[in-house]
Design a protein around this ligand. Structure first.
Ligand code: SF4
Length: 475
């Protein structure tokens, strides 16, 4: 259950394939996972292909905690996949850490998954009835068991039969004894992109290929971003070939709009949109939609900062650094009860008093989930001497849960589900409060878009309209 005051990203995936068996993919996956650490801090793992055998290490904790120099050195392989996890489906425990690895009669495979399957219970029951055993409570284990069950049909057919059977959101990396595979669900809800490494004798004249949740991880290992994996696409990389095909005729892009607001790193491209640029534009649009007369605009670090710069540019309000965030309090900083959560906000954020004293301050944040952080921020700004505090939010009110790989609190704990904007403003103690409109959010991501046409982005947690039907939607 999400007890934090943010929506939490579920996972990040990363894979590398070298045609030359002497190259070391594991250490690149290790660096790639560091760059994706913001997508999951509960567990980390790497599976590597070495001389036709798949070996793996995984455990609870951050990448740097799970993988010492000794562990990485012992995990040799010319192809490897890795995973960082924050749990939504299944609990936070070592059994649910990924990649999942299966050794079976016809070979070995490893799977790393970002997303949530909406029909995992049904598929699991069918597999269990057929005698398939499970070692975890994670929905991702369903995928590896389905691939293993279908493997006698050949890799391509095993993948398509598996993928056609599962529903929900998935960005997958799969490692077999001779291939690295990437796949994305027909709506492309969770991101996945393709990169290449240097020049060599592999397919496409590259020395190696990369699959990553975000392009920042491709940059981190010196790779070159090539393109996004398309919704409903499978990419199979072997030493001789890079094969791509679309497994579903019913693809309809619905990329998670929250990736641009908060989840992704600002130096990433998500579906070819520059995340930093989208955040700057969100601030400019907030300035257009809900400007207020003020002396200073500040952003809540980290994701509120580009929007504050954009708001300042659009309105002529001076931008300043009014809030400092502790670098050492992670996104999963645990605060089990409301009292602890209130104190946790003080640990995370502090005000630069000299910057805000006596001023009318606009403060910009990415979202309001439970309201704990926002209330505390207003309070510490006023205590530090701000004359007025006006909150502006780069996402529309979060009123509905997510079912596609993002950990959301229960609907009754989403403060915007229970309160009007005016009630929420009063409860936060702010002088004014405004959220970007749904149209404004879409425009920030894709300046040419309009809500009157199909946008290509999931807006489910804002509008309650989901790209995939969700059984028993009110959980
Ligand atoms: S419901 Fe919200 S968080 Fe979930 S995929 Fe859609 S936009 Fe993203």
């Amino acid at each position: 259950m999400n007890t934090s005051d943010k929506l939490n990203e579920e996972c990040g995936v990363f894979g590398v394939f070298f045609s030359d068996p002497k190259k070391d993919a594991s250490s690149l996956v290790y660096y790639g996972l560091f760059s994706l650490q913001h997508r999951g801090q509960e567990s980390a793992g790497i599976a590597a292909l070495h001389e036709n055998a798949i070996e793996y290490r995984k455990g609870m904790g951050l990448v740097g905690e799970v993988f010492t120099q000794e562990v990485i050195s012992s995990l040799k392989g010319s192809a490897a996949i890795g995973h960082v996890r924050y749990s939504t489906s299944g609990g936070s425990c070592p059994e649910n850490a990924q990649p999942f690895v299966s050794h079976f009669k016809l070979g070995s495979i490893a799977v790393a998954h970002n997303g949530t399957l909406t029909n995992a219970d049904v598929v699991r029951e069918l597999l269990e009835d057929a005698g398939v055993g499970f070692t975890s409570s994670s929905d991702s284990e369903v995928i590896i068991n389905l691939i293993a069950k279908n493997y006698k049909k050949g890799l391509e057919k095993a993948l398509t039969d598996t993928i056609k059977f599962i529903k929900g959101s998935y960005a997958l990396t799969v490692l077999t004894e001779d291939a690295l595979v990437g796949a994305r669900d027909p709506n492309g809800i969770r991101p996945l992109c393709l990169g290449k490494l240097g020049s060599g004798h592999g397919p496409g004249g590259a020395a190696g290929w990369i699959l990553a949740s975000e392009s920042c991880a491709i940059d981190a290992v010196g790779g070159e971003f090539v393109r996004d994996v398309e919704p409903g696409e499978v990419v199979i990389i072997t030493k001789d070939d890079l094969l791509s095909f679309t497994f579903s005729e019913k693809t309809r892009r619905a990329v998670c709009s929250f990736e641009y607001v908060y989840f992704a790193r600002p130096d990433s491209l998500i579906d070819s949109v520059d995340v930093y640029g989208a955040r700057i534009r969100a601030g400019e649009i907030l300035g257009r939609e809900s400007a207020v007369s003020a002396d200073l605009v500040i952003g809540v670090p980290d994701s509120g900062v580009p929007a504050a710069i954009g708001y300042g540019r659009a309105t002529g309000t001076p931008y300043g650094l009014g809030i400092v965030k502790s670098k050492y309090v992670g996104r999963t900083f645990i605060a089990p009860d409301q009292g602890s959560r209130e104190r946790a906000v003080s640990v995370k954020h502090n005000v630069i008093g000299s910057e805000v004293r006596g001023k009318r301050v606009v403060i910009i944040d990415d979202s309001i989930v439970r309201g704990t952080t926002s209330r505390r921020l207003v309070s510490i700004l006023k205590t530090a001497g701000a004359k007025e505090v006006h909150m502006r939010i780069c996402s529309p009110p979060v009123r509905f849960p997510c079912y596609f790989g993002i950990d959301t609190p229960h609907r009754k704990d989403l403060i915007s589900n229970m309160n009007s904007v005016a009630e929420l403003c009063a409860s936060l103690g702010a002088d004014s409060l405004a959220f970007i409109s749904v149209e404004g959010l879409l425009e920030s991501i894709d300046p040419g878009s309009s809500r009157s046409e199909y946008s290509g982005y999931c807006l489910g947690c804002f509008t309650g309209e989901y790209p995939i039907p969700v059984a028993g939607e009110d959980r």
